[in-house]
Ligand binder design. Structure first.
Ligand SMILES: Cc1cc2nc3c(=O)[nH]c(=O)nc-3n(C[C@H](O)[C@H](O)[C@H](O)COP(=O)(O)OP(=O)(O)OC[C@H]3O[C@@H](n4cnc5c(N)ncnc54)[C@H](O)[C@@H]3O)c2cc1C
Length: 438
């Protein structure tokens, strides 16, 4: 039996504050809503205090997105120098800085080691668990949390508050509607990407309805749409374009260029290289209706090299053979050139060389948030104090992807979710301390 408030109409009755399983009594009771990395980290911090911790999650099991992040290799953090690491959070580096300093990538690796999970640094500097998987990590973590007395309530979807204040929490559960009261609540409800894994963004209208500031959730680390011809997409959708560079210049004239690979899709482009520019591209599309990126199909070759190779007379050779033999361009790269370059330019070596180094692709829209790796938007830091407590609602804390920040893939997302979950857990403890001292 968990400590629970039973509801009458708009009234809550306290039953008891004793955990029958551990026979422990607790000074305070904290509800954590959302069992992703942020919520679980808050639970870990709080489980070490004299606090009863209940984790509620809408799904039949916790950590589903975390497990999905582990498919194909869980990139949990990054090993680059801390100032560079922090710069990946762009405009939100100063908001996240203190909590990332307190729980740095190095500290995260140490924490994993304590859980029995070894990590290694990949060639790109990204950090992975040695077995590349999330499941063993999640299993070990949940075992530790349960042993520390954390109680999990799955299939409990939080749908709002009882009455006009924020004292009583309402959950839809297999037992029907439940009303729960806690001394503090940590919301760690995630963004709205991959909603089938639990984070649907259904908390946004509830927060909004209570006057809590929220910024619209938007796709981040997402694909973008391009107007491919039927012929091109039917033949090349799904094909990776590598190794290339993509550059983009924003409205302020600041140029960004990244090297890597991207994938042609039915609707446009996706993949790491595109994700790394997603915030900039989204902003450009929002203000001008499009984003013009330039692809360098041969980033390791200079224009002079290309011009010299393309000065060779083509004669009767087909253009495909000529491109392959002269400069090593074939397959999807050659198809991209055919798709985007006027036919006449193929016979002009200068224009052809320029196009190979700087092929313009017009992107028209971000793909829907449901397909994105992560979300931008959410609760702004200005609405929160240093402990991630809502200034407008003392006792309510927020953590993880539901906060308004974004970062590229590369382990930055999980690291900030862990760090903010930890900060929110500490914030609750500090707040309780402040209350008892005051
Ligand atoms: C395919 C994919 C691959 C990824 N790979 C990586 C990677 O390699 N490295 C990396 O750093 N990041 C990666 N990410 C991103 C990372 O998984 C997320 O940023 C992270 O899981 C967010 O953590 P969170 O705790 O804030 O939210 P979530 O993990 O989304 O957890 C939120 C939880 O809240 C629950 N919930 C939501 N609403 C309610 C409600 N109303 N009531 C009760 N419960 C609710 C959900 O069921 C969910 O369990 C990946 C994401 C995806 C989709």
């Amino acid at each position: 039996m968990i400590a629970k408030w039973l509801s009458g109409k708009n009234s809550l009755i306290w039953i008891k504050n004793v955990d029958n399983r551990t026979k422990k009594t607790y000074g305070k009771r904290v509800a954590i809503i959302g069992g992703g990395p942020a919520g679980l980290m808050a639970a870990e911090v709080l489980s070490r205090a004299d606090v009863r911790v209940d984790v509620y999650d809408a799904m039949p099991s916790v950590g589903r997105k975390f497990l999905m992040a582990g498919k194909g290799g869980m990139n949990i953090t990054h090993s680059e120098p801390f100032p560079l690491f922090l710069s990946r959070y762009g405009g939100h580096a100063s908001d996240l800085g203190p909590m990332l300093e307190a729980f740095s990538p190095a500290a995260l690796r140490g924490w994993l080691q304590n859980l029995g999970i070894d990590t290694f640094v990949g060639s790109s500097g990204r950090v992975f668990p040695t077995d590349m998987k999330a499941a063993p990590l999640l299993r070990a973590w949940l075992r530790l949390l349960r042993e520390a007395g954390v109680v999990f309530h799955t299939r409990h979807c939080w749908t709002g508050w009882v009455g006009d204040n924020t004292d009583g929490l309402i959950f839809q559960s297999p037992q029907g509607e439940q009303e729960i009261k806690a001394d503090a609540v940590v919301f760690a409800l995630g963004g709205a990407s991959w909603p089938q894994l639990g984070s649907t963004g259904n908390w946004m209208p509830i927060f909004h309805g209570r006057g809590i500031p929220v910024r619209t959730l938007q796709p981040s680390n997402c694909g973008f749409e391009a107007a491919w011809s039927e012929n091109f997409k039917s033949r090349y959708a799904g094909q990776p374009v590598k190794t290339v560079a993509i550059s983009f210049t924003d409205a302020k004239g600041q140029a960004f260029s990244h090297k890597g690979e991207f994938v042609i899709t039915e609707t446009g482009v996706e993949g790491g290289l595109v994700y790394s520019l997603s915030a900039l591209l989204r902003t450009s599309i929002a203000s001008t209706g499009k984003a013009l990126v330039y692809v360098d199909l041969l980033p390791d070759k200079g224009l002079a090299w290309l011009a010299q190779r393309l000065s060779r007379i083509r004669g009767k050779e087909s253009m495909s053979n000529y491109l392959r033999k002269s400069v090593g361009i074939d397959g999807v790269k050659a198809a991209l050139l055919r798709e985007l370059l006027p036919m006449a330019d193929f016979d002009n070596p200068e224009k052809l060389a320029l196009a190979i180094k700087s092929l313009p692709i017009t992107l028209l829209a971000a793909r829907p948030i449901e397909e994105a790796i992560s979300s931008a938007g959410g609760v702004p830091f200005s609405a929160l104090d240093e402990g991630l407590m809502l200034r407008s609602n003392p006792g309510l804390f927020c953590a993880g992807e539901m906060l308004d920040w974004e970062a590229p893939t590369g382990g930055y997302l999980l690291t900030a979710c862990f760090a903010s979950g930890r900060r929110a857990g500490e914030g609750v403890i500090d707040w309780f301390k402040g209350q008892s001292e005051g």
